[in-house]
Design a protein around this ligand. Structure first.
Ligand SMILES: *Cc1c(COP(=O)(O)O)cnc(C)c1O
Length: 444
């Protein structure tokens, strides 16, 4: 079995961890690939007091797939090694990951608030501003992504600073390192959604406390499977802030008056993150968005080649961004590889250039009619509002995801009438370019 560090203390590279971490072979058959334990419950045999210990989080063990499953646990352990995390929790979708990661931090008393970045994935915006608000959790939005704007909204009941490492679809880079400094000073964890840049951006190195991922996107990589992952980097001392995070230090009624910081020391496999142990044993148990074992298996397959695919996605995106930048019918290209000034600084701090700058880009044609004509004239590229498929995907937000958003509001967010979002896939870059050039020739 792969160890986290070798005898010389070298940590294992993500490429290796994605193939080896957390699972060697099936204990009964010696099968090398993680088996699909398409299974709901586990026989409670043997010593009954031992069974009670599993239920009471005094011992590791399998009880029910809503809470834990061997296939899903292998995905969690493997992804934790890939993402430099203490532990990881897999759930049914990216939205479930964001929901559970943030709900898990609330105290359950009035006053809890989240300070969020100005640009968020649409459904995350809805989760924060509508659904959480209905539960009494307030979201305060920073006017822009400068750290000082976040700090203005912080109070002694702020449960986290939240944003996307680079926002979907606006591509606004988040100053994760500076936010983490504010967080350390004020005792507030930084939680980032790193869906669009796994491995390209390493939240663990930037001081983030936790990250959420829609594994549906690049981790799956093939547009076949929904899933979500929450990483806990183990760097945030929740227990040191009992006023802000009472459920991390006082007895939690949601699990028989358990003390999570003590419980986490009694278990072994699940003993690497008090936050995720709490999330699993209360939020996942009670709300139920567990990963299906089959989906976890699919995500394990995707994870094996994530590092190769991300490199190729990023390389293709830069080639396509350069071509679009030189095209007479393209008004503007937004891709982190083309950032200048402050955004350049942020991007250079956020991204591991050995991978690149991510594979999502935006560009702009003259007007809405040109945008529609472009979409209608691509042949190979798919008109699909998804991210992180192996295939190149294109959307015209004004005709799809942003049709109901008032014009001034979307313009303020950088979505103009002729804005196009492109998620560059793994085809040969020449073929992506040829398709775009042909479609652009049909545009005014
Ligand atoms: C897609 C996406 C999500 C939601 O993920 P699902 O798996 O579709 O629930 C959240 N955040 C970002 C940035 C996304 O792109």
């Amino acid at each position: 079995m792969l160890k986290k560090n070798d005898a010389q203390g070298h940590s294992v590279h993500p490429a290796t961890a994605s193939l080896h971490a957390g699972f060697r072979s099936d204990p009964t058959t010696k099968a090398v690939c993680v088996p699909i334990y398409q299974n709901t419950a586990y026989e409670l045999d043997g010593d009954l007091s031992k069974i009670a210990d599993i239920y009471n989080v005094k011992e590791d063990g399998y009880t029910y797939t809503r809470i834990i499953n061997p296939t899903t646990r292998a995905l969690e352990t493997r992804f934790a090694a890939v993402d430099n995390a203490a532990d990881c929790l897999a759930v049914a979708s990216g939205q479930a990951a964001t929901f559970i990661a943030l709900a898990n931090l609330c105290s359950g008393q009035p006053g809890d608030n989240i300070v969020a970045a100005p640009f968020l994935y649409g459904n995350t915006w809805n989760l924060l501003h509508n659904t959480f608000r209905r539960f009494g959790i307030e979201t305060r939005t920073a006017a822009n992504s400068e750290p000082a704007e976040f700090e203005k909204h912080v109070d002694d009941r702020t449960i986290c600073l939240f944003g996307e490492c680079v926002s979907n679809p606006i591509l606004d880079p988040l100053p994760v390192r500076s936010l983490a400094e504010i967080g350390r000073k004020r005792g507030i964890p930084v939680v980032v959604d790193n869906t669009t840049t796994p491995l390209v951006c390493r939240p663990s190195n930037l001081g983030a406390a936790m990250a959420t991922y829609s594994a549906t996107k690049y981790i799956c990589g093939h547009g076949t499977t929904l899933g979500g992952l929450i990483s806990d980097y183990g760097s945030f001392p929740f227990q040191q802030y009992p006023d802000r995070f009472p459920l991390f230090s006082a007895p939690d009624e949601a699990h028989g008056g358990i003390l999570w910081h003590q419980a986490v020391q009694e278990v072994n496999d699940l003993g690497k993150s008090a936050a995720l142990l709490k999330a699993r044993m209360t939020w996942l148990r009670d709300t139920g968005p567990c990963a299906s074992p089959f989906n976890s298996f699919q995500l394990l397959q995707g994870l094996e080649t994530l590092h190769l695919r991300m490199r190729q996605h990023c390389e293709n995106a830069e080639i396509v961004a350069d071509m679009l930048n030189n095209h007479p019918k393209v008004v503007r290209v937004t891709h982190p590889s083309h950032f200048t000034g402050r955004k350049r600084e942020l991007a250079d701090d956020l991204f591991d250039k050995r991978y690149g700058y991510g594979a999502m880009l935006m560009f702009e044609v003259k007007d809405a009619a040109s945008g529609r004509a472009l979409i209608e004239n691509v042949e190979m590229i798919y008109h699909v509002s998804n991210v992180g498929d192996a295939r190149t995907l294109i959307t015209h937000p004004v005709s799809t995801t942003h049709t109901t958003v008032p014009r001034e509001k979307r313009m303020a967010a950088g979505i103009n009438d002729g804005t196009i979002r492109l998620c560059v896939g793994l085809e040969h870059a020449d073929d992506i370019i040829r398709d775009l050039e042909r479609a652009l020739s049909a545009v005014n």
